[in-house]
Design a protein around this ligand. Sequence first.
Ligand SMILES: Nc1nc2c(ncn2[C@@H]2O[C@H](COP(=O)(O)OP(=O)(O)O)[C@@H](O)[C@H]2O)c(=O)[nH]1
Ligand SMILES: [Mg+2]
Length: 351
Amino acid sequence: MASRTATEDDIPDTEPDLVPSLDDLLLRFDEGSKRAAARLISIVEEGRPEALAILDRLYPRVGGAIRVGVTGPPGAGKSTLADRLVELLVRAGEKPGIVAVDPTSPFTGGALLGDRVRMGPVANHADVFFRSLGSRGSLGGLSLHTAEVADVLDAFGCSWLLLETVGVGQSELDVAQKAHTTLVVLVPESGDGIQAMKAGLMEIADIFVVNKADRAGAEKLLEEIELSIDLKEWLGWRPPVFLTEARGGRGVEELHQALLAHRRWLEEHGMLQQKRRQALESRVRDLVEDVLHRELWQNGTLLQSLRDGLDTIERGEDSPYQLARALVEQGRAALAVRRALERGHPREPKG
Ligand SMILES: Nc1nc2c(ncn2[C@@H]2O[C@H](COP(=O)(O)OP(=O)(O)O)[C@@H](O)[C@H]2O)c(=O)[nH]1
Ligand SMILES: [Mg+2]
């Protein structure tokens, strides 16, 4: 898409009563309207019923973007670093996007304006797409629909996608599964080095960044990390460690080069294919579980049995384990009946 300046069209409209038809939105999306993209993302993020149809329709165009997970403790400078990287990528003629998970953003992802301020001039660049998602209570997490939102941006033509997490936790494993390259950002203060190893970041990091190189202890942390890396045996890619000063942009070009090098390495060793497959598996599993979960609990009888069961447990007449087993049986039977009905077969009498 040709470079152009940001227009009013680039500000996402969140007024539900003005929502145009889906075909209309998709058409404008195809024409490169950021506003249409923002609306489609909202639909996907909110998990609205049309979401699956949208994703399905866009899927053939998904897969071009280089996906980089940016993770590390709060305050490490992930956002600042992501901004600098985006600036650099724009200068290199790329079309980058950032999907950030923001713990404070409300349900509708309304943190966008705040983050535009954060992003400064970068956010208003026509070739940058920025999206902030609510973490939905999954503390430290990537939002539930991060991968889907990234897919929409991928189909929109973003060539790089930075997926920024809130902090470090279980969800960082998710990032590793959803990104091609995972950046772990640490800072000299608060003994991050040791904590990183405890949190298992060594297992997910493709590249380590020691940010705030202007602060005391940066070199020492870098050495600590190098030492920990040396303690492990690396058959393939050995994660490099970089010093950066995100605020001033120092070390960002080197980081960019490292990202490209990792990308090449993945391609040359058939790992990109493997990572894509891994991500695909995790995605399809999520989708299946989501559907089964919803179908199961949509069943009013099952919910009633659950509540009745709770009474029984409280009276000391049953245990949670017995109840769970009974509910699983009941749920399975109900799903089997439903399936039979959907196929148009009469229900088999129980013998
Ligand atoms: N001294 C110093 N401060 C930095 C540097 N990079 C980021 N910061 C500051 O650290 C704070 C947290 O940065 P932010 O990017 O929001 O961290 P995040 O929570 O990991 O996204 C902000 O006040 C930044 O200005 C740096 O290289 N040196
Ligand atoms: Mg941040």
